[in-house]
Design a protein around this ligand. Structure first.
Ligand code: ATP
Ligand code: MG
Length: 446
């Protein structure tokens, strides 16, 4: 993408309404525009990151054997009357009436609708296990929308629902989600710690929240610092193997890690003092097992192996897709701007032409652009007639992990400069070597 042909409405001033760094940088980097409290348009740069995050979520859900679908944003109230949640849900639910005076709502979550789909089509345990998920906009009329996309009213969520013949199988689905979430967040460059949590209005027995540590997080968290060292890495996990999946979950949930809702001071005090941490965290996901809470009232029944009709055991599992942009920026930035992890960056690399219009510099930039494209890497090429300082400031603000700087003086020696946004270190090398280096970095992330 050539910057002169792109739409990147960067702001020079700090927007007054932004209280936290991620919100500030998302506005300044021209990623989002607020349209009403907690409701945003996604501008090109923000939209690219959102799509990257969605893609990683899809890949990891499908890897775990979960099946993508798409349910509507608008739901009929009847389904929620069946489960009893229509009256219970409260003012966070946006209630709508259509022209025929039918009660509708903008979905805050989809337990009822997915249960309706299931009961219409599945009759036998032989169709199970089954997990369906979608990535769809939700609306919750939050009392205090704030912090940009972190606490919006309209926000993008991945929500998945497992259907199993008994509790044991449903707990395996719960564990499968935990492992797939760990991998999802790691691919985004995040450490998200699973913490025992409280079930709230979804209801249920077992639940973990995934928290990214950040001083601006809304939850208070208590944990053993050793938990932050755990990494899933590239290990192969067989998602069908109950014991193997459970073992990974034990590894990640044995050390103490809880939100204030479930905090237990006695257990916490038993941790060696140097490892006892109280901090703040951003909730980027949550998994629940809630048994037959919805299948009972809504009649989602299957015939089991013994020929008995039993309500299915379910759980629901959410990832805050749009919130993740804010969480990633909170976890990865400096005073110049965002520092995107390679896994989610809007563009893998930026090209800065120090002397636009100089025929050697222009030709070298075009050559780099084409060579990167050949490696499957779409560079953002700053081809504006701007001062070098302004170009660097833009690149630093939007946070691409790698920058290739091209100028007439370097070209006389046959070199360009490759700079890491994270470390700030620069190295001179031939254009071909720079392309090769960047390509190798991204191959390691593929
Ligand atoms: P919170 O406690 O932050 O209000 P929640 O527990 O009500 O969130 P869930 O029902 O667990 O939310 O939704 C799944 C995920 O969706 C959350 O873990 C969070 O990452 C994201 N999410 C929830 N509410 C919002 C919101 N208002 N704006 C952006 N993301 C949200
Ligand atoms: Mg939650």
């Amino acid at each position: 993408m050539r910057l002169t042909r792109y739409f990147l409405p960067v702001l020079k001033e700090n927007p007054a309404e932004a209280q936290i760094v991620s919100h500030r940088y998302m506005l300044r980097a021209g990623m989002i525009k607020q349209q009403a409290a907690g409701i945003y348009s996604w501008l090109p740069l923000g939209f690219r990151v959102l799509r990257r995050i969605e893609e990683i979520v899809h890949q990891e859900q499908m890897r775990a054997g979960h099946i993508p679908i798409l349910m509507p944003t608008i739901q009929p109230a009847d389904l929620w009357q069946e489960s009893g949640r229509y009256n219970a849900y409260g003012p966070e639910m946006l209630r709508i009436r259509d022209r025929h005076d039918r009660d509708m709502l903008f979905g805050p979550t989809n337990e009822e609708m997915i249960t309706d789909i299931f009961r219409a089509h599945v009759e036998s345990y032989k169709s199970l296990p089954m997990t369906l998920y979608h990535i769809q906009w939700k609306f919750r009329d939050e009392v205090r929308p704030r912090f940009g996309v972190m606490r919006g009213r309209e926000f993008l969520m991945k929500d998945g629902y497992n259907f199993d013949v008994d509790k044991e199988a449903a707990l395996h689905a719960y564990n499968r989600h935990m492992v797939s979430y760990l991998r999802t967040y790691e691919r985004m460059g995040l450490t998200a710690i699973p913490m025992r949590a409280d079930s709230g209005p979804i209801g249920g027995d077992d639940t973990h929240e995934f928290l990214v540590l950040a001083s601006t997080g809304e939850s208070e968290v208590f944990f053993d610092s050793a938990v932050t060292e755990l990494k899933l890495g590239n290990r192969a996990v067989d998602y069908d193997n109950r014991e193997e999946v459970a073992a990974v979950c034990r590894e990640f949930t044995t050390l103490y890690a809880r939100t204030d809702e479930t905090h237990d001071a006695a257990l916490f005090d038993a941790i060696p003092e140097a490892r006892r941490k109280v901090a703040r965290g951003i909730e980027v996901g949550q998994i629940f097992y809630f048994g037959t809470k919805y299948s009972d009232p809504m009649g989602a029944v299957v015939v089991n192996e013994k020929g008995e009709r039993v309500p299915v055991h379910m759980g629901s599992h959410g990832i805050g897709v749009s919130r993740l942009l804010g969480a990633i920026i909170e976890a990865s930035h400096d005073d110049k701007g965002i520092i995107w992890p390679e896994g989610v960056t809007p563009f893998p690399v930026g090209i800065v032409n120090l002397k636009q219009g100089d025929s050697a510099a222009d030709a070298a930039c075009e050559g780099l652009y084409a060579a990167l494209a050949e490696q499957g890497l779409e560079a953002l090429y700053d081809d504006r007639e701007e001062r070098a300082g302004a170009k660097f400031a833009t690149m630093d603000l939007i946070g691409l992990p790698w920058r290739i700087t091209v100028g007439p003086r370097g070209l006389e020696k046959g070199v360009v400069e490759l700079t890491s946004r994270r470390t700030g270190e620069s190295e001179e090398m031939s254009p071909a070597a720079a392309v090769d280096r960047v390509a190798r970095v991204y191959r390691a992330h593929a």
